[in-house]
Design a protein around this ligand. Structure first.
Ligand code: FE2
Length: 411
């Protein structure tokens, strides 16, 4: 493994790289079954649409997509970030990448992006230079719309597109996204620093006569018929957080080098499953937001061979919601797969449902939190979980609901 000796000031604190990943911001899949996948993520899981982008309408790209009937990609969220999850057509993304555009996805890489929030715009710009110095391939630097986040896209050794960003657009209580007339603040290259604030952008848009309330308006269309701990919602649970991202990787040493030395993740824990070594990494106080599994384990576990995604995690608001979510999804025909607990240390109850393409979605309600000393809970002090027999109620752990801090109403 290589390490960098140089130090960088990140807001006045000296770090080994000029940025600090704060959390998983968003994630995406490329799909071969868009209609079914939109139904799965929107209607069943409850992500709501925050924007729809027709790639066929992008100048310079549309003609390359003439053979594709539907070029629409979907931006979804569960909270106030403009997007927490994106779903793009795989054939469109193949053409988009071939034309030099964004969005990962070649061969088994059906993950569109793995996107991490940093703390400032300077972290993104300096991060781009850092990756160049380190010889890390970058897809591009700039600022995309929809979403308005400033970003740099480095590739991991397996070709997964990671994104580091600053300042994603926040959706307010009216669920209205930024109007397209404000997209003139898009950047296709590294921005000079400093840039004007978003507040100044809104003032400028008003001065230009732009109707700032004319953007995409996400609307829930399904009946609110489930009492979720006192609030009526269209499904008996609410996604309150995204992640972890669990990957199958070709070469573990190369992947660890990228995520630990270049992106700055910390290994929280290693486990073993069927003779393979698994690594669980964090950027903050969570037990893990990223896990790396050796690719041969994919076949041993009977996971779909079409993707390097082992699973994408979504946390729901409570244990009751987790039980109800599994029952609701099964009622709606979602198939679940049993996977060994070695794949989710730090999570007690987890269930893995398959999306229409065969990507596994890891549902859970609790993740162990790591204190200042960086030590996970010893295995013998963890809650024993019977895979097939989930009780109706649980005794609390020392950190039960500590990570459940969803902002705003559940729906
Ligand atoms: Fe992104």
């Amino acid at each position: 493994m290589t390490t960098t000796q140089k130090q960088y000031s990140v807001g006045g604190v000296l770090l080994e790289r000029p940025f600090k990943i704060r959390r998983l911001g968003h994630f995406g899949f490329n799909s071969d079954n868009m209609a079914q996948a939109v139904h799965f993520y929107r209607d069943l899981l409850g992500f709501w649409e925050s924007d729809v982008l027709d790639f066929k309408g992008i100048p310079g790209l549309g003609e390359k997509l003439a053979h594709i009937e539907d070029g629409r990609g979907y931006f979804f969220t569960h909270g106030s970030d403009h997007h927490a999850f994106v779903l793009f057509p795989r054939n469109v993304m193949d053409a988009f990448v071939a034309a030099g555009g964004g969005g990962g996805g070649q061969g088994e890489v059906t993950i569109n992006q793995i996107t991490w929030q940093t703390g400032a715009l300077a972290e993104v710009v300096n991060g781009a230079r850092f990756f160049e110095e380190q010889g890390i391939g970058i897809q591009r630097v700039g600022r995309d719309m929809p979403g308005s986040n400033w970003h740099v896209y480095p590739y991991d050794p397996d070709g997964h597109i990671n994104e580091l960003y600053y300042g994603i657009e926040q959706i307010d209580w009216t669920r209205r996204s930024k109007p397209r007339e404000m997209y003139y603040r898009m950047f296709h290259e590294e921005p000079s620093l400093p840039q004007m604030s978003e507040e100044a952008e809104v003032e400028q848009a008003l001065e230009r006569g732009i109707d700032i309330y004319s953007g995409f308006h996400g609307v829930e269309t399904l009946p609110a018929q489930y009492d979720v701990e006192g609030v009526l919602l269209p499904r008996p649970f609410k996604i309150t957080k995204i992640g972890p991202v669990n990957l199958f990787v070709q070469e573990m040493d190369a992947a660890l080098n990228f995520y630990v030395n270049h992106l700055g993740f910390t290994v929280t824990e290693e486990t073993e499953c069927l003779g393979y070594r698994l690594y669980f990494l964090r950027s903050g106080a969570e037990h893990h937001s990223l896990a790396l599994f050796p690719k041969p384990l994919r076949e041993k576990l009977g996971c779909s061979s079409h993707t390097t995604s082992a699973s994408f995690g979504v946390e729901v608001g409570s244990y009751t919601q987790l039980r109800d979510a599994v029952a609701f999804l099964k009622e709606h025909g979602v198939e679940f797969k049993e996977l060994p607990p070695e794949l989710h240390p730090g999570i007690d109850y987890a269930a893995y449902g398959a999306d229409p393409d065969g990507h596994l979605i890891q549902l859970y309600y609790y993740m162990e939190q790591i204190g200042w000393s960086g030590q996970p809970r010893p295995k013998e002090l963890r809650r024993p979980v019977a895979v097939a027999d989930w009780p109706e109620t649980l005794e609390p752990l020392s950190d039960t609901y500590v990570d459940q801090v969803f902002q705003g109403p559940l729906g």
